[in-house]
Write a protein that binds this ligand. Structure first.
Ligand SMILES: [Fe+2]
Ligand SMILES: [Fe+2]
Length: 133
């Protein structure tokens, strides 16, 4: 049975960069949709969430490079770790492991997202603001 994921976007979650905040708002929306999906809908909604997350991470990397964010490698390496994790879950979901994908969406991603947003993404947004971006 699908579990209800209690995560909702609100303005206190903003990091102060319009591009990043817009992506984060979409991340929360797509995450909740995928986490709450029934078994029939889960593969397609997981794919939609994963595609968005890859674009979201790539957009942050473009911003970091454009504004010369000094700890770029640290933030990039964490994104790489998440991309590898996502690849692994997708492979197992494709082989029918719905429970793993559901557990990832409800138990792993929400905590990671909040923590990552509050640390690396906030630091990135603050740096961009200091550069006048
Ligand atoms: Fe982010
Ligand atoms: Fe990030």
């Amino acid at each position: 049975m699908p579990t209800r994921l209690s995560l909702t976007w609100n303005e206190s979650m903003e990091v102060g960069n319009a591009i990043i905040d817009s992506d984060h708002k979409e991340t929360v929306a797509l995450l909740v949709e995928a986490a709450d999906a029934d078994d029939a809908e889960l593969p397609a909604l997981f794919a939609r969430f994963a595609e968005h997350l890859r674009d979201h991470l790539a957009r942050e990397e473009e911003l970091m490079l454009a504004f010369g964010f000094p700890p770029y490698p640290v933030h990039f390496n964490e994104h790489e770790r998440v991309r590898r994790e996502l690849d692994g879950i997708e492979e197992r979901l494709a082989r029918g492991n719905l429970a793993l994908a559901r557990g990832y969406l409800t138990e792993v991603v929400p905590d990671w997202f909040i923590n990552h947003k509050n640390t690396m993404d906030s630091a990135t947004a603050a740096w961009i603001r200091r550069q006048g971006g």
